[in-house]
Design a protein around this ligand. Structure first.
Ligand SMILES: CC(C)(COP(=O)(O)OP(=O)(O)OC[C@H]1O[C@@H](n2cnc3c(N)ncnc32)[C@H](O)[C@@H]1OP(=O)(O)O)[C@@H](O)C(=O)NCCC(=O)NCCS
Length: 180
């Protein structure tokens, strides 16, 4: 991945030039590098290329100039619950709406899969609140604790906040607003 990717800082121009789409096998090196760079910084859990390849159908990428500049995955726990996982945007394009677009695209995918509830564990609470999520108690998501938290090296001093979004409740509220 080149370090010299130039993407305009203007949100409008940035939106036009950054494409959001389902991941394909050619995106694997870019996704792996992006996620693991953020893991090195302590922002995400590391993911192996093999683990990403095995779950590729659950990943979305943001691309610019043919390179992966953002990614996110949808991890299904049950038919009713999925996690927004491994959300990352390359430093050069942060603050231009790419992260928000990735989360909204993932919300659309979760709706398509009829998954009603999304959650995330994050330090970017304000970012998620702006996407419609609300802060929730982690104890509401024992599935996450069982899968990841018990293996996490910083579980005793976790500073992440759980955020949740009920997709169809939001849809119902929006429909109600439209009818007023
Ligand atoms: C979080 C992240 C994906 C946001 O991507 P982005 O493309 O910059 O997001 P957008 O441009 O859509 O939104 C930017 C807004 O989110 C806010 N935001 C970004 N990171 C934040 C953080 N760690 N905490 C709180 N708010 C944050 C910005 O302050 C900005 O708000 P503003 O418009 O009021 O200034 C990106 O900062 C990132 O990759 N961070 C490192 C990995 C990470 O923490 N992932 C989340 C783990 S669940």
């Amino acid at each position: 991945m080149s370090a010299a990717l130039v993407v305009p800082r203007s949100p409008a121009l940035g939106e036009a030039m950054v494409d959001i789409r389902p991941a394909v096998p050619g995106d694997l090196p870019g996704i792996t590098a992006l996620v693991n760079e953020q893991a090195r910084r302590g922002n995400l859990l590391p993911r192996s290329a093999q683990a990403i390849a095995n779950s590729l159908a659950d990943w979305l990428v943001a691309t610019a100039g043919g390179e992966v500049v953002g990614c996110v995955s949808l991890l299904r726990y049950t038919s009713g619950l999925a996690e927004v996982r491994s959300l990352a945007v390359r430093d050069e394009v942060q603050g231009q709406g790419v992260g928000g677009r990735l989360v909204r695209a993932l919300m659309a995918e979760a709706r398509r899969r009829r998954t009603p509830t999304l959650f995330a564990l994050t330090r970017a609470v304000r970012f998620f609140e702006r996407c419609g999520f609300r802060v929730a108690d982690k104890s509401l998501f024992p599935e996450k604790v069982w899968l990841d938290c018990r293996r996490c090296p910083v579980r005793q001093r976790c500073d992440e906040t759980t955020v949740v979004l009920h997709l169809f409740r939001e849809e119902a509220t929006n429909d109600a607003k439209k009818l007023r």
